[in-house]
Design a protein around this ligand. Structure first.
Ligand code: NIG
Ligand code: FE
Length: 425
């Protein structure tokens, strides 16, 4: 199914190309809401890269050979956007937590279910018991759905092992989906989240000690280290130990911070030069200032407060404070959502972001939250040819079309991988 495009591909006559112009970097403040919209647009791809972007007439003038590209897609009446980037996800897990979903709906809080051995710990038991092949099959199913919804790059965290052997198994599953001839089209970014919960019979300090000890051995399979910094899980001092061990092993830093209360995880991320701090349903001025100064991207995961029926992040406050904002799914067995278009809808309706800010949040800023703004996240010559064609004539359809799939066609690394709403292989 995978592999990069080797031929040429032209998308022409798009009703609109919606992307950002300018630097390969996260956008903050007013720039977060500035798109470049090109009517009657074209994207010409050679191999796995974008070769030209602009009005169709101009692209064809500069590249007459594009008219005879191996694949020509007519996007009349449809909008074209960069492939979406899901910069925070937990897509590797076994089993199902629909029973807890029903219980939460009856009023039992998330952390209470975790404390008695459910929640993350239930997924841990099932994931420990699952084989590599079972986990890989589940991952690939979720990636298929994400791809059909326009996601072309996705972060993949571990965290349902909580022991070295299972954390390694999860990293190997991520690697298997991401390498070789039958690798999945969605590019994965592996994150080690060994310190994700405290199993019954252990203390948080014991988990931290084990995670710190295992980090150097697991680091070659990962790119980021992450920790669940939360009251009753890992405090700031414990989180610091985990993240510093990751840094010593060459990993970049992300933090689950301020999901259920204001504890200081986001400030810690900034202090350690973290690429992102994620969740951030609570904050204060000192945190905003620290993240802005450090260039740490704020990643909002509105699907989680949606399913937990909690308060959303105050996106307007973050954008006013000039902190770049990204939005992601948090796909996991609690917030079981592969849909960035749904996240777009929540970002606009519930977090009061403008649609332009939301598109930036799941393209260039999400790419920056994975340290890949130079490779993905905008329609620009030289970048990977990761492109989505929507059913509707405007990028607004990402949020305007609620509960369906606004994505029609997906090009990944120059190959058509979704055509007319169907995976091509
Ligand atoms: O980002 N909060 C911690 N981790 C995940 C949830 C994982 C789970 O419940 O399985 C999150 O929300
Ligand atoms: Fe998460």
């Amino acid at each position: 199914m995978a592999g990069a495009g080797t031929g040429t591909l032209l998308i022409r006559h798009a009703a609109e190309l919606a992307s950002v112009a300018g630097p390969d970097a996260a956008r903050a403040g007013a720039a977060q809401g500035q798109l470049e919209l090109i009517p009657d647009g074209a994207v010409y791809c050679v191999g796995e890269r974008i070769a030209a972007v602009g009005p169709t007439a101009e692209v064809l003038r500069a590249h007459p050979e594009a008219a005879r590209a191996d694949t020509v897609l007519d996007a009349s009446g449809r909008a074209v956007i960069p492939g979406l980037v899901d910069c925070h996800a937990h897509p590797v897990f076994a089993g199902d937590r629909s029973d807890e979903y029903a219980e939460r709906l009856r009023g039992t809080p998330y952390l209470e279910i975790l404390k008695r051995g459910g929640g993350i710990l239930k997924s841990v038991r099932l994931t420990r018991a699952a084989s590599h092949a079972e986990l890989l099959a589940g991952l690939r199913e979720r990636l298929d759905r994400a791809l059909a919804l326009g996601t072309t790059t996705l972060e993949a965290k571990t965290g349902y092992g909580l022991d070295e052997a299972t954390e390694r198994k999860m990293l190997e599953v991520i690697r298997a989906a991401n390498t070789g001839d039958d690798r999945h089209p969605v590019d994965l970014v592996p994150t080690l989240l060994h310190a994700h919960a405290v199993p019954q019979g252990m203390t948080a300090d014991q988990v931290v000690a084990e995670a710190v000890d295992a980090t150097a051995r697991l680091a070659p399979l990962a790119e980021y280290v992450d920790v669940f910094c939360e009251r009753g899980v890992f405090d700031v001092a414990q989180s610091r130990k985990v993240l510093e061990a990751g840094k010593r092993a060459g990993l970049k830093v992300k933090v689950h911070a301020e999901e259920l209360c204001l504890l200081g995880g986001a400030k810690l991320a900034a202090e350690l030069g973290g690429t992102s701090a994620d969740h951030l349903c609570f904050t204060d001025d000192a945190t905003l200032a620290a993240m802005r100064a450090a260039g740490t991207v704020a990643v909002f995961l509105p699907g989680t407060p949606f399913v937990l029926r909690m308060a959303y992040s105050d996106a307007r406050r973050w954008i006013a404070a000039q902190v770049p904002v990204a939005c992601a799914t948090d796909l996991n067995p609690n917030c079981f959502c592969e849909s960035l278009p749904f996240v777009f809808t929540l970002s606009v309706y519930e977090m009061k972001m403008t649609p332009a800010e939301a598109l930036v949040a799941m393209t260039i800023n999400a790419a920056a939250a994975l340290d890949r703004a130079h490779e993905i996240g905008s329609l620009k010559p030289g970048k990977l040819a990761d492109v989505a064609i929507l059913n509707g004539p405007s990028y607004l359809h990402l949020g305007y079309h609620v509960g369906g799939n606004p994505v029609r066609t997906v090009v990944k690394r120059g190959r058509v991988v979704v055509r007319d709403g169907r995976l091509t292989a």
